[in-house]
Design a protein around this ligand. Structure first.
Ligand code: BEZ
Ligand code: FE
Length: 308
C-alpha cells in the first residue's frame, strides 16, 4: 500500500464525486430516505478514500456479499448474521432502546425466537425435555418508579446443553421455549436450563470471515427474554452467566455488564425451592429483576427522529 501523500488535485476529484452522488438524491420525495442515502454515500466514500480500496478488494467484497445472498433463504439469514458479527445489530438495538433511568438494558434478538411458544404457569418447566442442567429462574417486573407490573407477558427461549435451539433439530420438537405472565405482585418464576455457550451458524461466508480474522463464532452463555406490557417499551434482552468461558468475546457483542448474573450451583440432592425432586441431577438458580421503560420513550424517540 502506497504511503505517498495524496495530491490536492486527486482529493478534489474524489470530493467532487461524493458531492455529485449525494446531490443525485436531492429530489427524493421521502425526506428520510434522502437523509439515509446521502449519509450512506458520504460514509461509504469516506471508507473507500481512507483505506484506498483496490479494485481487487472491491471485487472480493462483491463476491463475499454475493455468497451471503446465495446462502440466504427463508430459514437462513446470513445478512443478519453479518450485521451481528459487525456489531451493527447491537448498535441498532442500542440506538432504539435509549437509556432511561434504571430500565433494564436491551440486547440482540437473535434468529431463534418463534411466535406461539407454549404457555406455562409460574413455577412450571419451560425446558419440555431439552437436555441440560435444570435452573430455577425467578424475578420481578417493575416500572422505573419501582411499582410492580402484573400481567406482563414474558417470553423465554434458550439453547439446550448441546448448543442447539429446538428449531435447529429437524424433528419439529418444541423445547426450551415458553411464555408466562407476571403474577399480581409483578413476580415470575420458572424452571429452565443453565445456559451453555454455543456457536452462531459458521458454515457459510460469515463463518469464513470469522476464521480469516481469527475470531470465534461462540456466543456467551445466555437465556433470552422478551417482556411486554401495555404502556411499556417492549424489552428484548438476555441474561448472561457470570464467569462464563466466552464472556466478553461474545461473537455478536451482545454482552452488557448490567445483564451478567450469578447462576448459583447446587449439588445433587440439594433441596429445590419448590420441593421438586430432580433425582440424580444438580441444579442452579438465578434472579433477574426487570425494569421496564415507559412506552412514551419509544414514541418520543421516534418522533424526534422524524424529518420535518
Ligand atoms: C442468538 O442469541 O440466538 C443469536 C444471536 C445472534 C446471532 C445468532 C444467534
Ligand atoms: Fe441465543
Amino acid at each position: 500500500m502506497s504511503t505517498e501523500p495524496i495530491s490536492a488535485e486527486q482529493l478534489g476529484r474524489e470530493a467532487e464525486l461524493v458531492e455529485r452522488v449525494q446531490r443525485s438524491f436531492d429530489r427524493a420525495p421521502d425526506a428520510r430516505l434522502k437523509q439515509l442515502m446521502q449519509a450512506l454515500v458520504r460514509h461509504l466514500h469516506a471508507f473507500v478514500g481512507e483505506v484506498r480500496l483496490t479494485e481487487q478488494e472491491w471485487n472480493a467484497a462483491i463476491r463475499f456479499l454475493t455468497e451471503v445472498g446465495h446462502i440466504t433463504n427463508d430459514k437462513r439469514q446470513e445478512f443478519i448474521l453479518l450485521s451481528d458479527i459487525l456489531g451493527i445489530s447491537m448498535q441498532v438495538v442500542s440506538v432504539n432502546n435509549e437509556a432511561f433511568e434504571n430500565a433494564t438494558e436491551a440486547t440482540v434478538f437473535g434468529p431463534f425466537f418463534i411466535e406461539g411458544a407454549p404457555l406455562i404457569q409460574n413455577g412450571e418447566d419451560m425446558s419440555f425435555g431439552a437436555v441440560g442442567e435444570p435452573c430455577w429462574v425467578v424475578g420481578s417486573i417493575n416500572d422505573t418508579s419501582g411499582a410492580p407490573v402484573p400481567g406482563a407477558r414474558i417470553e423465554v427461549w434458550e439453547a439446550d446443553e448441546d448448543g442447539f435451539y429446538d428449531a435447529q433439530y429437524s424433528d419439529g420438537r418444541v423445547a426450551a421455549r415458553a411464555h408466562l405472565f407476571s403474577d399480581e405482585d409483578g413476580r415470575y418464576r420458572f424452571w429452565g436450563l443453565t445456559p451453555t455457550p454455543y456457536p452462531i451458524p459458521h458454515d457459510g461466508p460469515v463463518g469464513g470471515l470469522l476464521r480469516a480474522v481469527r475470531r470465534s463464532p461462540m456466543r456467551a452463555s445466555h437465556l433470552h427474554f422478551m417482556v411486554s406490557a401495555p404502556g411499556y417499551r417492549t424489552l428484548v434482552t438476555h441474561i448472561f452467566v457470570e464467569g462464563d468461558e466466552i464472556g466478553w468475546a461474545d461473537s455478536v457483542f451482545g454482552v452488557k455488564e448490567s445483564l451478567i448474573r450469578e447462576f448459583a450451583k447446587h449439588p445433587v440432592g440439594a433441596p429445590t425451592p419448590d420441593g421438586r425432586d430432580l433425582g440424580d441431577r444438580g441444579w442452579s438458580d438465578v434472579r433477574f429483576d426487570i425494569v421496564l421503560a415507559p412506552a412514551r420513550i419509544e414514541n418520543e424517540a421516534a418522533e424526534q427522529k422524524l424529518i420535518p
